[in-house]
Structures are given as C-alpha cells and as structure tokens.
Ligand binder design. Structure first.
Ligand SMILES: Cc1cc2nc3c(=O)[nH]c(=O)nc-3n(C[C@H](O)[C@H](O)[C@H](O)COP(=O)(O)O)c2cc1C
Length: 332
C-alpha cells in the first residue's frame, strides 16, 4: 500500500473537513492560495451514496451524491471523509473513493449533529468501540489496502475517555487518528484542551508496535505558526485546522493579503462556487461573504449589500465595483 502519510515531513498541517464550508469551490481556492499538506472533503454519507444508487438503479457515475466527492487534480493529496454506522456501507463507499483516486479515506467518529448520531454514526461511535473497530476493518476491506484509512474523533463522549477509547482504535492500526481536543458534550463551547493531544501521543507511544499510527491534534488553531508550536509542545505528528481558514485561504501559505487581494479572491471564490457548486444553495456562499468581508472600514455596509443580492452574478458585480474603488483610492 502507498501510505502517503509516512512520506510527509512533520509536523503535517492539514485542512479540517467542514460540511457546507470546505466544498470543492472553497478547496480550489485554498489549493491555489495556501495549500496545506493534505486536504479533506466535507463528510459524505456512505449510506446515502449506497441507497441513492440502489433506489434509482443507477451506476455510481450517475449518482447525484457523487458531486460531494468531486475534487480537482490540484487538490492531491486529498482524503475523503465518510460517515456511517454500517460496516457494509463503509466498505462499499471506501471502495468507491479508492476507485475515484482519493489518497486516503477517513471515518468520522466525532460529529455531534443529532441527525448523524441518530444513525449511530459520528460521535456516538465513541460509545460503541466494537462497532467503531468493525468500521475501520470494513474500510480497509473496501480500499483493499490500496489507500490508508484514518479516523477523526474527540477525546471522549461525556468525559475524557482517551485512556480506553484510543487503545480500541489503535488495535485496528489506522494510519492516523485525529483528536479534536474536546468531548462530544463540550461541542465547541469550551477552549480546546491540547494537553489531551499530548496524552493521546503518550498513549500511542506506550503501546508497542503503534509508533506508525500518526496522532494529529485539532481545535482552535488559527495560524501555521501556532500549529507548529502546538505540535512541538504536544509531540503530535500533525495539526488539523478548521475554522481558522474562514475568510483566510492564505492561512497555510502564511501570506498576509491586502484588502484588494482579499476581495479579488472572494470574486474568484464566488465564480468557483457558481461553477462547481451549482447544486448548492447561494446561502452557503453568503456565509463566506461574512468571513472575508470583515474588519475594515465599510465592511458592514458591503456585507449588507452582498447579503441583499439575489444571485452570485449580482454579488460579483458589487465586489468588482468595490475593487475598482479600492484601486482608485490606492492610486490617489
Ligand atoms: C461548519 C462546520 C462543519 C464541520 N463539518 C465537519 C465534518 O464534515 N467532518 C468532521 O469530521 N468535522 C467537521 N467539523 C469539525 C471540524 O473539522 C473541527 O474538528 C472543529 O471545527 C474544530 O477545529 P477548529 O477549531 O480548527 O475549527 C465541522 C465544523 C464546522 C464549524
């Protein structure tokens, strides 16, 4: 198997999966302006992929949910994240993403959304370690050893359960375990507790033959400098960054953009959304307007104007006018 995780220099800095945020449009912008070592897709329902194909009796290529697994060649290495509580669904979807050319498959074992937990998937898997292990085994079966399988989880459900939960996952030898340093019950309401990332590394190190399983930390990181410091302090092999990238696709390249550059890239982002995410609601792009258009004189007024737009073309026109104004100001 080509385990690309072992070929990357440490600390590995990666983009977190964020549903309805890190869609193909935003990822294309991130890959262009500040590519992390590895990108992740938004999570995708393995059951959804399977059932949509069965119900409509269509080949995989015609499955509308395949749009969520679209990526561009410039995004490699890219990992597809799946969620499910059904080993056979995970096996099917892992085979599919292997065939689609993804570099890795990741199983979500940390999502607190009610709709996901109701299916027995996401964070609720922390209460069922045997099923969690079966899902890793099934993913490995699906990939047939061609791409590495990883897990993204939290430190526990109601309490820090790393001392029991992590060894269960380690028994299945995933290539990587990313630890979001909060419990499920904490959601994102308390600061991430990075001392538990260090604890996860120590647990891994104490178990013989587990040194090859990478441990990444995640939670509240908003710069590459901070990520490297935290990796050094905790011994983590890598750091995953989520919300810090909002409105700042330069995060991983550590470039500080001018306001004009920011707005120009927002135009590019909007056009990419129009092209690659036409099946998605304009409201999702508006969330990005909020992230980019902030912290400058006139930002609030521009946001109000952009939110009032009825379509992407209208918003792009407004942004172009704003860029022209800035250019004129900079000249004078
Ligand atoms: C809007 C949003 C969507 C998310 N979607 C996913 C997801 O699809 N899969 C996943 O494993 N985590 C998801 N997460 C959690 C993030 O990957 C990450 O663990 C969390 O935001 C903490 O990291 P951060 O402080 O760097 O953002 C999501 C978080 C947000 C804010």
């Amino acid at each position: 198997m080509h385990n690309f995780w072992q070929t990357l220099s440490r600390p590995v800095l990666v983009l977190a999966p964020m549903a309805e945020i890190t869609d193909p449009a935003f990822r294309s912008i991130i890959a262009k302006y500040g590519k992390p070592d590895v990108l992740w897709t938004e999570f995708v329902s393995a059951d959804g992929l399977y059932h949509t194909r069965e119900i409509h009796k269509i080949p995989d290529a015609d499955n509308p949910l395949m749009k969520d697994l679209f990526y561009e060649p410039g995004e490699h290495p890219i990992v597809a994240q799946l969620f499910s509580a059904q080993p056979n669904m995970i096996e099917y979807a892992s085979r599919l993403v292997t065939e689609l050319g993804f570099d890795g498959v990741d199983i979500n074992m940390g999502c607190p959304y009610r709709a996901i937990e109701k299916q027995g998937a996401g964070a609720s898997l922390m209460k069922k370690p045997e099923l969690a292990r079966a899902l890793i085994q099934s993913a490995k079966k699906g990939t047939q050893g061609r791409i590495p399988v990883s897990v993204k989880t939290r430190i526990g459900y109601a309490h820090n359960d790393l001392s029991t939960w992590l060894p269960e996952l380690l028994k299945e030898d995933p290539a990587l375990i990313t630890v979001h340093a909060r419990t499920r019950q904490e959601l994102s309401n308390v600061p991430a507790r990075w001392e538990h990332v260090r604890e996860a590394v120590e647990i891994r190190d104490k178990l013989s033959n587990k040194e090859k399983v990478l441990i990444f930390g995640n939670g509240d990181v908003d710069s590459a400098v901070q990520a490297r410091t935290l990796a050094m302090e905790t011994g983590a092999d890598g750091v995953m960054i989520g919300r810090g990238i909002l409105g700042n696709p330069w995060l991983f390249s550590e470039k500080i953009p001018t306001l004009e550059e920011k707005l120009e890239v927002l135009i590019e982002h909007s056009k990419a959304f129009d092209k690659l995410c036409a099946h998605k609601s304009f409201a999702l792009l508006k969330r990005h307007f909020k992230s980019y258009v902030t912290d400058f004189k006139g930002a609030k007024e521009l946001r109000v104007e952009l939110f009032a737009c009825e379509n992407i073309a209208e918003a792009v026109e407004k942004l172009k006018v704003e860029c022209l104004k800035l250019k004129a100001q900079n000249k004078s």
